[in-house]
Design a protein around this ligand. Structure first.
Ligand SMILES: [Ca+2]
Ligand SMILES: [Ca+2]
Length: 90
């Protein structure tokens, strides 16, 4: 049986796992290139465009990378995009 809340957590967990795989140097923050490969593996057909939009949305200190609490915002951002796209990321 699936409860909406549980499902949401699983999906966010899966997004987090995908992101962790894309963090090539394992420093816990995401450069533009790392984000691009994350979006590619999450099924984005235009990852460079998606990366730019994600950075505009979640890079609150403007250093061009996603780190710390920005990662939580990034996961929420991806989760919302996936929901709006009915499970697909464009
Ligand atoms: Ca990194
Ligand atoms: Ca940042």
């Amino acid at each position: 049986m699936h409860y909406p809340h549980t499902h949401q957590q699983n999906t966010k967990y899966e997004i987090k796992k995908e992101l962790e795989k894309a963090d090539k140097n394992k420093d816990g923050c995401y450069t533009r290139d790392e984000l691009k490969s994350a979006f590619k593996s999450l099924g984005s057909r235009i990852p460079s465009w998606r990366t730019q939009f994600a950075l505009w949305n979640v890079d609150s200190n403007g250093d061009g990378q996603v780190s710390g609490h920005e990662i939580d915002a990034l996961i929420d951002y991806i989760f919302d995009r996936l929901n709006n796209g009915h499970g697909k990321l464009n």
